[in-house]
Ligand binder design. Sequence first.
Ligand code: OOB
Length: 545
Amino acid sequence: MTASDFTPWPDELVKSYREQGWWQNQTLGALLRESAQRYGERIALVCGTRRWSYRELDERADQLATGFAQLGLRTGERLVVQLPNIAEFFAVCFGCYRLGLIPVLALPGHRRAEIAAFCQLAEAAAYVIPDRHDGYDYRLLARETRALAPCLRHVIVVGAAEEFVPLQSLYAKPLALPDQDPAAVALLQLSGGSTGTPKLIPRTHDDYLYSVRTSVNICGFDAATVYLAALPVAHNFPLSSPGTLGTLYSGGRIVLLTRPEPDAAFMLIAAEAVSHLALVPSLLLAWLERATSLRPPLGSLRLVQVGGASLAAEVAARIGPVFGCALQQVFGMAEGLVTYTRLDDDPDAVLETQGRPMSPGDEIRIVDDEDRVLADGETGHLLTRGPYTIRGYWRADEHNRKAFTVDGFYRTGDLVRRRADGSLQVMGRTKDQINRAGEKIAAAEVEQHLLSHPRVRNAALVAIPDERLGERSCAFVELAEPDSDEAPARIALGLKLHLRDHCGLAAHKIPDRIEFIDRLPLTAPGKIAKPQLRALALNLTRTPT
Ligand code: OOB
């Protein structure tokens, strides 16, 4: 039996989501068409010196859909798209939606281990990359990936393609395109994950668009919105909460920031009169510090959204005075559920909570270890289901049995409590993950790669609190030959090179710190005692290295 690509919502719920007007039978491709008809010559996208109107973006999407079809790509096939914050990201994605190709939205930082895994899991027919970005040559990555993923028929390159297909050559004279099914999977998001292998998140046109439209209403996006995309555009937060899709739906303007450095960002905010932007707490902190000394003109800003990781109330309180605009806290996940503080919430709720679910259809259960529902104010596991939360990961039947309850609630792995006003507060998590500057690291994935090193007998990755990044990672490693007289610093460096160069992991997953330990502490059933290791790591950081 093959594992299922997509777990549908029960029929009666689908019916009710449609009856309530939540699912509107529209595709992402049709959303852009509608906006192009309404806003034609208005500027949709600003990318460096390039400015694309709604009409131009719409045309490019049709041209690429046709070019993809002429390349032999067929409706339902997957493409791994790994593009930075450039205009082509949108042309490629909408080209995919128009033809019914499913983009797998990889992040620019991913390397061979992750990209090969996405290609294999999605059985991707093509891989889309920039030629170079941030000093890295993605064509080298494509060559390595090809060897590991024979399913790839094409590598498509923005810029100098060398032996691959230049994206530029795929802008074909548009032919009639088949209508796409709004209930079908539109895109595959990546899960932060807690397992050894990455998981893909199938989002349908219906459910994704519902989350975008609802977010637009809550966040007050309209045709006057100028949205600065500072986070990687492939991520769910800047893509759909309400993000770039919300901006395109509203007739607003997307301004792309290629690298999230504060000075460049402040210049762009002033030059383009940016009104809205989304940040993770670590970036916010860096921008606040820089803005405090630089005092840039940020008068156009109306709303800064912050999410992806815990935001300290003291940091939250600095946004008003330093940026001169409102804050909105956002707690969300690529699997679905997003909660927002509302624009008219009390300051206390905005500073201290992560808001309320966006939809009346979002069901929230806060439970103890035995899945018994807890009273308001008590901290417990957050379970959720609703009209835009997935019912299962892509081709992961076994994992799905653990990640979802029998009645379809997603086990988020987050610990939350609910205040009397209905606002949620994120108190921690139970999933074995490190949240480093909003980037999620599944401990098991890094541990598995560490274990592939011949000198490593056992390994465990844990989080250490960090003022700037929120958390950073510390690997505890048991060596196979502990009595070797090689300097520990040298072995640690060797392990980092192994992970980066041999295993090919993204830089943010390389442990910030490696500690050698004779024996990893175990719990009674013989599992690694991570709480003990976390305490140990915390102690170590208090003593100089
Ligand atoms: C967003 O999505 P993901 O998939 O990268 O990560 C989801 C996880 C959550 O389960 C939670 O553990 C953590 O990130 N998280 C937060 C948070 N927002 C997300 N933890 C504490 N406070 C917050 N405000 O990160 C994401 C997706 C859509 C919108 C916003 C964030």
